[in-house]
Structure formats: C-alpha cells, structure tokens
Design a protein around this ligand. Structure first.
Ligand SMILES: NC(=O)c1ccc[n+]([C@@H]2O[C@H](COP(=O)([O-])OP(=O)(O)OC[C@H]3O[C@@H](n4cnc5c(N)ncnc54)[C@H](OP(=O)(O)O)[C@@H]3O)[C@@H](O)[C@H]2O)c1
Length: 316
C-alpha cells in the first residue's frame, strides 16, 4: 500500500482520522519550530503530550500557546537540556515515574551548524545534543516504551546526513579541524544509524524506531547560518533548488512516522515527504538516504561507542 501523502502534505492531513486518546506522546524540542507543531497536532488527536525543552520560559510559552488553541488538550512540560547528561538522566527518571507507558517518543530537538562548542560532558555540541543526549534519553525510557507496545520511536535526522559520516576515531573533533557542516552531518547520520540499531535491538518487543528528514523549513534552526551557508550547503549536497516547506508540512513526516497505519510494525527506515525514502541517487540529489546512514555494522559500532561515551550499557 503506497502512501497518499507527499512533499506538501500537512500535519493535520496526515493525522486526519487518527485518534490517540489514552496514549502518551513525548516530544523533545517542544519549545520551537517543528516540535511545537508536532506537539500541537498529537494533542489535538487526543494524546497526553509531554513537551521537553531546556528553556523553561520558551517551553511554557509553547505549551500555553497549544492550550490556548486547544483548551481540552492534555499538554505538560518537562525541563531537559540534551547537552547535559545529568539533566537528561533526571528528566528521564521523572518521566518514567510519571508515565508507566509511553506510546510515542519523538526525538525532535536539534542544533545545526553552530560554532565549535562542547556539551557539559565535553562532547562536540552537535553530536552531543542531537545524538548522545537522545541516545541516553531513549535508552532510559525503554521500559515505558516496551510497556506501552505497540510503541514508536521517531528520530529527527536530516538530508544533512549526506554531509558527513561518523568519524569513529574522532567523533568529538578533538584531533581534526572543526567543520560545522561535517559535524551536523555526522550528528544526523548518527540519528539515522541509531534508528537502525535501536529497531534491531527492539525486534519482537512491539517497539519500532524510524528516522525522519522533515524537509527544509525556515525555523530557528538556522540561527547560526551566515549568508554564504546556503550556497555552501547547495554545493556540498548537490541540491541546487531547495523547495522550502511550511512548518505544518515540515512536521508532517514526523507525525506520519508516529501514527501511520502503513508503518505498523515497520522500523529501521529513513522517511521523507511522508514516504519511505529511496537510496540516494543522481536523479534525486536533494532526497534519498545515503548507504552510510543505513549501514547495520556502523549502527552497531555507533551503539557501542554511544554506550561508552554516556558511561552506561543498556540491555534491550
Ligand atoms: N528546519 C529544517 O529545515 C530541518 C531540516 C532537516 C532536519 N531538521 C531537524 O528537525 C529538528 C527540529 O528542528 P527545527 O527546525 O524545529 O529547529 P528549531 O526551531 O531550532 O527547534 C529546535 C528545538 O530543539 C531544542 N534544543 C536545542 N538544543 C537543545 C538542548 N541542548 N536541549 C534541549 N533542547 C534543545 C530547541 O530549544 P530552544 O528553544 O531552547 O532553542 C528547540 O525547541 C532538528 O532535529 C533538526 O535537525 C530540520
């Protein structure tokens, strides 16, 4: 069965007819951009939504905005800084206590192309925030996800994964020169590979994991961009015409990944435009998934590296 949705589909269209009453959905990056829209539409479908963010004021404003639009919605907030593993552990513990079951985990938060900076634990900021923080958060929430089976984990990757593979010798740019696009690419490849390894480890437990490229959307994600960056990005990715999406269209693939009947029981996939992506090809340089982001051996190697870096092993 092929999906009826595509590039321009919106969140409201893909969730039409879906009810999530009695289900719990957890959304990271709930204070801005795609996270706010994702939380809004999941709440509108009846889910109890927990929005996470690092900035209490910005997060509260987003949650209040959803409440004002949807007075009957169940939306709460939790503070978590993904660039601080102690904060991730504390948030996961609070959530596990509050939610015996989590049916949807949407790992949406991210930073892009920032100047060289490090997380509280010393990791390069993009790898640490986009991947390692979410890796730890997800693994700590697995008991609640398995208890809710069937449950879904959705990790926001990006077409930017094509800009960089994992450098297993120096993932934190300690010995190589920092390149903000290579670092973003590495972190987004990690989001895709994490979905592959996680899905494999959860096989038979009723929980799937998929990766999503939302499209190109004008959000605060571009806060570090300089005028030359769009050209650099086009040249490096080979995509000369960037077709920007609205925020509701940008969040649509995440919502499709979280709720589509077509994806029931299916994981380890990379999704874009509300479809399962094709392998990258010359005919479609702006889209598709690169082989290095689906490589099972690399996914397993990244899992082991991630456990080592967060200092904890997870039996799945
Ligand atoms: N927009 C695009 O064109 C595009 C394209 C491809 C992929 N993506 C991916 O889509 C996801 C959402 O992006 P967006 O466009 O919605 O960006 P955005 O508007 O900048 O929102 C990013 C969210 O992540 C949060 N965040 C950043 N660092 C964090 C940290 N250390 N701890 C906790 N939360 C943190 C931000 O919180 P604050 O409000 O506190 O900053 C914000 O809520 C990202 O993973 C991004 O890589 C976006």
């Amino acid at each position: 069965m092929a999906t009826e949705f595509g590039h321009a589909s919106t969140t409201d269209e893909v969730i039409s007819g879906v009810r999530l009453d009695g289900k719990t959905a957890v959304v990271t990056g709930g204070s801005a951009g795609l996270g706010v829209e994702s939380g809004r539409v999941l709440a509108a479908a009846g889910a109890n939504v927990v929005m996470l963010g690092r900035d209490a004021g910005r997060l509260a404003a987003a949650v209040e905005g959803i409440g004002a639009e949807l007075p009957a919605a169940s939306v709460s907030m939790e503070i978590m800084d993904l660039a601080d593993l102690a904060s991730v552990r504390a948030a996961a513990e609070r959530l596990r206590e509050a939610c015996a079951q989590i049916h949807i985990l949407l790992n949406n938060a991210g930073v892009m192309a920032c100047p060289l900076a490090r997380t509280k634990d010393g990791f390069e900021l993009q790898f640490g925030t986009n991947h390692l923080g979410h890796f730890l958060f997800t693994c700590l929430l697995l008991p609640s996800l398995v208890a809710a089976a069937p449950a879904r984990i959705v990790n926001l990757s990006s077409a930017g994964h094509k800009l960089g593979d994992i450098d297993f010798d120096d993932p934190n740019f300690e010995r190589r020169e920092y390149d903000k696009w290579l670092a973003y690419g590495q972190s987004k490849t990690a989001n895709a590979l994490f979905s592959v390894a996680l899905n494999e480890r959860l096989a038979g437990q009723g929980v799937t994991a998929n990766a999503v490229h939302p499209g190109m959307i004008m959000t605060e994600l571009g806060r570090h961009l300089e005028p030359a960056d769009i050209e650099i990005l086009q040249a490096r990715s080979g995509a000369m015409d960037i077709a920007f999406k609205s925020v509701p269209a940008g969040a649509a693939t995440s919502i499709w990944a979280c709720t589509s009947a077509e994806l029931e029981g299916r994981g380890g996939l990379y999704l874009e435009d509300c479809h399962i992506a094709e392998p990258v090809s010359e005919a479609n340089p702006a889209g598709g998934v690169a082989a290095h982001a689906q490589d099972r051996a690399a996914a397993e190697r990244l899992w082991e590296l991630s456990e080592q870096l967060v200092g904890e092993r997870f039996a799945t």
